[in-house]
Write a new protein. Structure first.
Length: 73
């Protein structure tokens, strides 16, 4: 715990994904004291033209009140 799912456009490079993953893990360990071995991260690419249907309408909009960071669009 925790398991993190990140959804992004396909324009994020493999190097950026690795850097993002490391930064998230480092921060989780630093802030929560969780062991790195307990953390898992999944990065899912969603084409921009599918974002509203596959992410906004299904993940963001129905859960907007519980989001700690809401989108600005």
């Amino acid at each position: 715990m925790p398991h993190i799912t990140i959804k992004t456009y396909p324009d994020v490079t493999e190097a950026q994904k690795q850097e993002l993953t490391k930064a998230i893990i480092d921060n989780i360990v630093s802030i929560t004291g969780k062991n790195e071995a307990a953390i898992s991260i999944d990065i899912i690419e969603v084409p921009q033209e599918e974002w509203m249907d596959k992410v906004y309408d299904t993940d963001i909009k129905p859960n907007i009140e519980r989001l700690y960071k809401k989108p600005g669009y």
